[in-house]
Design a protein around this ligand. Structure first.
Ligand SMILES: Cc1cc2nc3c(=O)[nH]c(=O)nc-3n(C[C@H](O)[C@H](O)[C@H](O)COP(=O)(O)OP(=O)(O)OC[C@H]3O[C@@H](n4cnc5c(N)ncnc54)[C@H](O)[C@@H]3O)c2cc1C
Ligand code: FES
Length: 259
């Protein structure tokens, strides 16, 4: 893996793909060349707005192409993401990456991605790369309601598969959670990214069916490079470990789960 680089990336596109959610494309050839599925970048505006500076925020790499273009799903939560979703083509963002430990896929098992909300982002990239390597990939994707579901045409275009959709209220796709009524007949390797309760449910599912599971955790991150200690998670051996450098992808057996 190449060392992460800090660079200014030109915004190539920014479009609405669901309520409060944008697909942002950046020209960032160095990061694109080095990135692996599951890795993330720290993204910020630098000191372009000195009156209201903010720390860079972590975002999973959602797509890359051979021309040095990266794609990100960015959902508005607070001040930082609100600022990022307002960028326009031609603006520049400060990027540090690629960061963190990627997913490791076994070539001999189908891949089943379990995505909650913006937890879908890394699986777009996973699916595109794994299918290119000849792996069979399924994505089960859950949201609270239909208006939060990302543009499914874009998902198909990038990931190369149609996700199996679930919503809590049943307003789009099947009503229920991503782990409900899953077909596990081909004993796939499970990859999960989403809110903490969903990850815990995935751990219970993997344990029950004796299936391998990797999780991508979304802790709050201050620096992304191992210096601030803001992102620690409890390992299975009882030590606090930094999810920005040891993760964000972990084998589920590496962590303690209070299920
Ligand atoms: C490795 C990694 C990958 C990520 N990938 C994506 C992605 O692809 N797309 C995307 O939209 N978001 C992603 N996130 C989450 C994103 O970084 C946060 O939403 C963002 O930092 C919030 O910044 P803010 O200034 O808008 O909100 P803040 O003002 O910092 O917080 C607003 C609210 O959101 C909560 N919050 C902030 N960060 C998180 C978090 N990580 N998990 C849960 N709640 C949080 C805060 O507690 C607060 O209630 C990722 C996070 C990590 C760690
Ligand atoms: S985010 Fe600073 S140590 Fe992980």
């Amino acid at each position: 893996m190449r060392a992460p680089a800090r660079s200014w990336a030109r915004v190539l596109g920014n479009r609405v793909v669901a309520r409060d959610t944008r697909w942002i494309e950046l020209e960032c050839p160095d990061v694109a060349a080095a990135a692996s599925p599951g890795q993330f970048v720290m993204m910020g505006t630098g000191l372009s707005d000195v009156a209201a500076p903010f720390l860079p925020r972590p975002f999973s790499i959602g797509a890359r192409d051979g021309d040095g273009r990266l794609g990100f799903l960015v959902r508005e939560f607070g001040a930082g993401t609100r600022r990022l979703t307002r960028v326009e083509p031609g603006d520049e963002l400060l990027i540090l990456g690629p960061l963190g430990r990627p997913f490791h896929l076994s070539p001999d098992r189908a891949v089943l991605c379990l995505a909650g909300g913006v937890g879908l982002a890394p699986f777009l990239f996973v699916s595109a790369e794994a299918r290119h390597e000849g792996c069979e990939v399924r994505i089960v994707y859950g949201e609270r309601s239909g208006d939060r579901v990302f543009d499914l045409g874009l998902v198909r275009e990038i990931a190369g598969v149609d996700p199996e959709l679930r919503t809590d209220d049943g307003s789009l796709g099947a009503r229920g959670l991503v782990i409900d009524d899953l077909d596990l007949g081909d004993r796939p390797q499970l990859l999960a990214c989403g809110p903490d309760p969903m990850l815990r449910a995935c751990v219970r599912l993997a344990t029950e069916h004796d299936l391998p599971l990797q999780v991508s955790v979304e802790e709050h991150m201050g620096c992304g490079v191992g210096t601030c200690q803001g992102c620690v998670v409890l390992s299975a051996t009882g030590e606090w470990i930094k999810s920005c450098t040891e993760g964000p992808v972990f084998d589920a057996t590496e962590l303690t789960w209070q299920t």
